[in-house]
Design a protein around this ligand. Structure first.
Ligand SMILES: C=C(O[C@@H]1C=C(C(=O)O)C=C[C@H]1O)C(=O)O
Length: 355
């Protein structure tokens, strides 16, 4: 070892000793805060402020994404000193939902794989899990209907959102595409990769496309059949020991899935929030225009408007709306108050920090 290398490593060692001390001091403070809280440990608004502040202060060379991931892990460990969180998600292991859990909560949580979106809601409603993570929309494929239908019925609140860039891979036991006779995947993932499949697969007509309940299920099946491939994330290839034949095969390179964190808590304002509501109105000319007019009047921006069958009458709809701001912000509160007076139905799903 050269003298210069030794000196650099000595400096890293002494910085690590400092970091070790500081991180443990941080954990002790989190524990003290935990003793002062009654009830809810996880404070999404505070975590979002902590991360936003660090991003603003970050002098580099580490990027804001690096800093965010590092601090999410530090916060995750500190939070666990107060109380370990259990998070239900749409399993099995290796799904994008699992990645979304880690992206928001870090690794120091008990992640609970569920068989269905319904099961995620049930686990949180029954108190078996503290929070749940469910997919709500994809930038290519649109809304996840089941999540929206369950949001309408549930007593749970929306406590957060997670945006996850979704990069699909074609994975198999080997990388020779000519032996592939079947491809397994979730219908949403097939739809996200249609262009690539049509362009790159030899003998496309002869290849069966088989739907599975999740990408990770597709990977599990492909791991037991040498003539099969799966479309899934990199994580699923790791979990099931498969090779990556092609990566980033999604047709839109910005392909992103948005997930919601569901729980039982009303989240306080962070300063940069969103509010999700479901509403409906009578079926007459101009009714929707009138219903939404207060948003324009009080300068509330609408990020999303999605209609779903209400399941109460033929051709009757409910509207899922995301707006900017917290329900306690004055302009949002006034707009929602007016809407409540006009709507035949209004449910505020929750306010939470913007991703
Ligand atoms: C320490 C706290 O508890 C949790 C841990 C946090 C942290 O480590 O920074 C932030 C918010 C909470 O989820 C707190 O509420 O400040």
């Amino acid at each position: 070892m050269t003298e210069q290398l030794k000196q650099l490593r000595d400096r890293i060692d002494s910085i690590d000793s400092e970091l070790l001390k500081l991180i443990n001091m941080r954990a002790e403070l989190a524990q003290q805060i935990g003793h002062q809280k009654n009830g809810v440990t996880y404070r999404p608004e505070r975590e979002s402020q902590v991360l936003a502040r660090l991003q603003q202060l970050n002098p580099g060379p580490l990027t804001n994404e690096h800093i965010t991931q590092l601090f999410i892990e530090i916060i995750s460990a500190c939070r666990a000193m107060e109380e370990p969180l259990s998070i239900a998600y749409l399993g099995p292991q290796g799904t994008f939902s699992e990645e979304a859990v880690t992206k928001r909560f870090g690794s120091t949580v008990a992640a609970l794989a569920c068989n269905s979106i319904d099961d995620v809601f049930r686990k949180v409603e029954s108190g078996t899990a503290s929070y749940g993570v469910v997919p709500v929309e994809n930038s290519t494929e649109g809304a996840v209907g089941r999540t929206m239908d369950l949001l309408l019925q549930t007593s749970l609140t929306v406590c957060g959102e997670i945006e996850l860039p979704v990069h699909q891979c074609l994975i198999a036991q080997q990388t020779d595409l000519t032996v592939i006779q079947k491809i397994y995947s979730h219908p949403q993932s097939f739809a996200q990769c249609l262009g690539w499949l049509n362009k790159h697969l030899p003998n496309l007509q002869a290849i069966a496309r088989i739907d599975t309940a999740s990408n990770a299920d597709a990977a599990r099946i492909a791991a037991a059949d040498k003539n099969a491939a799966a479309i899934a994330g990199r994580k699923a290839a790791d979990v099931f020991g498969l090779k990556i034949c092609a990566k980033n095969i999604e047709d839109d390179p910005n392909n992103t899935t948005r997930f919601l964190v569901i729980g039982t808590q009303q989240v306080s304002a962070s300063g940069k929030d969103k509010t999700s509501i479901v509403t409906s109105t009578s079926n007459r000319p101009g009714a929707i225009h009138e219903l939404l007019a207060p948003f324009a009047r009080y300068q509330v921006s609408m990020n999303r408007l999605e209609s779903r069958p209400s399941r109460r009458g033929l051709w009757e709809y409910v509207f899922f709306i995301d707006i900017e701001g917290h329900q306690q912000d004055e302009n949002v509160a006034k707009a929602l108050e007016e809407i409540r007076n006009k709507a035949t139905f209004l449910k505020i799903l929750g306010s939470y920090p913007s991703a």
